[in-house]
Write a protein that binds this ligand. Structure first.
Ligand code: ADP
Ligand code: ZN
Ligand code: ZN
Length: 728
């Protein structure tokens, strides 16, 4: 008798046993296949995890699976193992982890559709034709040569190589070529020649190529503009030449069209692009192309780390420090850490790159677990910019800008160059207050203030999405003296437009920029090189390349300096270094002006007086002293409840029940209210697990999770576990 053990998309941390569907043969059943099964009153789509033959206990009634959905497993074995590892490490239900590896349509149990790729191949006659036989029509000769050299080739790839349909049609009319269907085995990749590398780049590439067989993990730490991407491209070319696929994870494709464009220009191959901005059909197509090996390069955001591939030889994680690699809800995983594990399981090389590596990664590199390669100078012509603090205490500010910064913008424009101003707050002003009675516009659902969006005449909550019209007078005392405090991008934009009426100004934040096209259009326009002002939030800092920007202004450094989180300083240093890195990318040289009321703040001083690397070493020493990550380990249990006391009480019960079995060296801290206790009408609390040994912290988390699972949980309460939490 055969029993099937399935993972189902339920929040239960368990596998479910079923009997094989009617008429199926045991030999057909393999882990990684999807099956449709009855579950309660529903049909669910599950993934087969284990086929058990002749189990001992057959004394309970098992239900029968309804249908085998895939004749072949869609997930390769290593990816199944990776999902199992991730479910175990992050203590998340396996069914939900496996579901994350499938496109939505397949996740829901719809039939798998293969990809057919139209292409062209030579006929026997075409193959036999002598060189130079088509001398009088160079286009056709070119097409013939390409097909002879590459064999059957997809239409897309031919088009990318500049071979047009009419030429192929003519060959077809002469009986020399014919349309055909391309199989993955026919999908090849070729790379155009790269740039001549400088010494540091060449050294890094050589060391990477020398270890490209089997698993190894590397940190490429290179200052902004040092040519890391060029190293990735050349290493990928090597990987493709070995007949393997490459996976590239980047923080946000929608915002970095340039990165994608560089890959498309360099490689003659099908590139599968996977990100959340895609439609379902496109996404599934890209997934299938990666899975079958039609796509030799896979580029995607966080979730792409679970894309099935035939034979990955390299995984690159660009901007590995970026917090978007950590999923903050549901299956709370770090795509960077899963990527490293995937490299181990697939036995392939992993390359983490950043100008500002996370302390976790830097620590691993310093400990010798990762090989460490450094690029300390800018490639090409750019110089690293000069950083200067503008002490704005007692200075008149207009829309948050000091006269000195405004003058610097004016001078830059006068020289025909571009300025980039960074302000990490959208809207007009973050606070609206009544001048007569002190009333402040708060969100009714969150512990947060409402942001004024003046053009829309609305108050918006940036945490829960709530929005309401701006009242004409104070709801408390009817006074019409409503004042704003603080400055957002909308206000700075208004001021700058008045001050520089003849200059193009581009505001870049999530209100003004929607989608990849908008960002692409902006980048293209800015890079025509006319003097202009770029004003924006963090969206502007992510890996863009604006050669004509020579001045970077940080309007409100103070907002970055004061954070309750122990990672606050690390984040501020990374952000400042990345923003500063947008300046002086070409030969114009660069200047960075940082406005602050706290010129002596140690974090700011740290960034000014040292390189990021030196500052990171100092921060690491401090973490070591406080036994915090990456030295110590953390896990977090969170509750989320309509009632504040009930949520904390739930965590308190867990703590109480776990107390006596706590592993040694593990401390429980809390339960405490979350930093923003109330959000979207729900009260959040957390119980922190802290300890020196990772295994012990995980054991403690497992214990708490198992206790939580045995609790009767009220409908208005939900809880979750977060291993290696980022935000707390
Ligand atoms: P990073 O990824 O480290 O920010 P990039 O790879 O984007 O750096 O390179 C920054 C700029 O320098 C790009 O314009 C790139 O074309 C150029 N560049 C990179 N490597 C070289 C090189 N070896 N010679 C000349 N220019 C280079
Ligand atoms: Zn009032
Ligand atoms: Zn809110």
């Amino acid at each position: 008798m055969t029993i099937l053990r399935l993972a189902l998309p339920t929040p239960l941390r368990a596998l479910f046993d079923y009997l094989p569907p009617a008429g199926s043969q045991s030999a057909q059943l393999r882990p990684g296949q999807r099956l449709s099964v009855p579950f309660g009153h529903r049909e669910l789509c599950g993934v087969l995890v284990e086929v058990m033959a002749d189990p001992q206990s057959t004394d309970f009634e098992l239900k029968q699976a309804s249908e085998l959905l895939d004749p072949e497993p869609l997930l390769p074995k290593t990816l199944q193992k990776l999902c199992q590892w991730a479910a175990d490490y992050y203590q998340h239900p396996i069914g939900e982890v496996l579901a994350a590896a499938f496109p939505t349509r397949l996740r829901k149990g719809n039939p798998h559709r293969g990809l057919t790729i139209p292409g062209w191949q030579l006929t026997t006659q075409g193959k036999g034709l002598g060189e130079g036989a088509l001398g009088r029509s160079p286009r056709q000769a070119e097409a013939l040569a390409a097909l002879r050299q590459q064999g059957p080739t997809s239409g897309q790839q031919l088009a990318a190589a500049g071979i047009k349909r009419p030429a192929l049609k003519s060959l077809q009319d002469k009986g020399l070529a014919e349309p055909c269907e391309i199989s993955p085995a026919h999908c090849h990749a070729s790379a155009r020649p790269g740039l001549a590398l400088n010494n540091e780049q060449a050294q890094a590439l050589q060391a990477l190529i020398a270890t490209s067989e089997g698993f190894s993990c590397h940190l490429l730490e290179g200052v902004t503009g040092s040519g890391k991407t060029e190293v990735y491209l050349q290493l990928i070319a090597h990987c493709l030449a070995q007949g393997k696929q490459a996976l590239v994870l980047i923080p946000e494709i929608g915002l970095t069209p340039q990165t994608l464009a560089r890959f498309e220009q360099r490689f003659d191959t099908d590139i599968a692009v996977l990100h959340s901005g895609l439609g379902e059909v496109q996404r599934e197509r890209a997934w299938e192309a990666a899975r079958t090996g039609i796509a030799r390069i896979v580029i995607g955001t966080r979730s792409a780390v679970l894309t099935p591939m035939v034979d990955p030889g390299l995984i690159v994680v660009d901007e590995e420090h970026d917090s978007s690699f950590k999923q903050q809800d549901g299956f709370r995983y770090s795509a960077r850490d899963v990527a490293v594990k995937r490299g181990q399981l697939e036995r392939c090389q992993v390359l983490l790159g950043s100008a500002t590596p996370s302390l976790e990664t830097l620590h691993n590199a310093l400990q010798g677990r990762y090989q460490h390669h450094r690029l300390t100078e800018r490639a090409g012509s750019g110089e690293l910019p000069q950083l200067t603090v503008l002490d704005v205490r007692r200075q008149p500010l207009q829309a948050g800008l000091s006269e000195a910064l405004v003058k610097a913008v004016g001078d830059t424009l006068a020289r025909g160059e571009q300025s980039l101003l960074f302000l990490n707050r959208r809207g007009f002003a973050p606070t609206v207050q009544c001048h007569d009675c002190g009333w402040i516009a708060d969100c009714n659902h969150c512990d947060a203030r409402l942001t004024l969006h003046r053009r829309q005449r609305r108050l918006r909550c940036h945490h829960c999405g709530h929005s309401e019209p701006l009242p004409g007078s104070c709801p408390q005392c009817r006074s019409e003296q409503l004042l704003t405090q603080g400055v957002g991008t909308e206000q700075a934009e208004e001021f700058l437009r008045q001050r520089f009426p003849d200059t193009a100004l581009y505001r870049v934040d999530s209100d003004s920029m929607q989608g990849r096209e908008a960002m692409q259009a902006l980048v293209d326009q800015v890079n025509e090189g006319q003097p202009c002002i770029l004003l924006g939030t963090q969206m502007l800092t992510k890996g863009h390349h604006f050669p004509a920007v020579s001045l970077v202004g940080v309007i409100d450094m103070d907002a970055l300096l004061f954070s309750g989180d122990f990672r606050g300083e690390e984040r501020a240093a990374q952000l400042l270094t990345q923003v500063a890195g947008r300046a002086g990318r070409a030969d114009t040289g660069g200047q960075v002006l940082i406005q602050t009321h706290h010129p002596e703040h140690p974090c700011l001083q740290g960034t000014l007086s040292q390189t990021y690397h030196e500052q990171a070493l100092a921060m690491l020493a401090e973490r070591l002293e406080r036994n915090l990550p990456p030295t110590g380990n953390l896990a977090l249990l969170r509750s989320d409840c309509t009632d504040a006391r009930q949520g904390e009480h739930f965590l308190q019960t867990l703590r109480h029940n776990a107390q006596r079995q706590m592993p040694a060296g593990v401390a429980l801290i809390g339960p405490l209210p979350a930093p923003m206790q109330r959000r979207a009408g729900r009260f959040r609390a957390q119980l922190l697990i802290h300890g020196g040994e990772r295994a012990q912290v995980h054991r403690a988390a497992r214990l708490l999770v198992s206790i939580a699972q045995r609790q009767k949980v009220a409908r208005n309460l939900s809880w979750s576990v977060d291993i290696d939490p980022q935000d707390m």
